[in-house]
Design a protein around this ligand. Structure first.
Ligand code: CA
Ligand code: CA
Length: 70
């Protein structure tokens, strides 16, 4: 999508990944969404889950996150 630099995407990923295990679970994304009006950098969280989770395991790795946002 090219909305962020890789460094920005990494910083946002770390913010959402509340337990720091290197994957964003849906519950982490939901918690983040509650605090941030349901959007990350203007992208709706529902679209993040649908678009960023390319292997369909319902978790978003840093690599998936970066390829979606950066
Ligand atoms: Ca996590
Ligand atoms: Ca995934």
């Amino acid at each position: 999508m090219g909305k962020m630099t890789e460094a920005e995407a990494e910083a946002v990923f770390a913010e959402i990944d509340a337990d720091g295990n290197g994957e964003i679970r849906l519950s982490e994304l939901r918690d983040y969404g509650k605090a941030h009006s349901g959007a990350v950098e203007g992208v709706k969280l529902a679209d993040v889950v649908r678009g960023a989770d390319t292997d369909g395991d319902r978790r978003i790795t840093l690599a998936e996150f970066k390829s979606f946002f950066a």
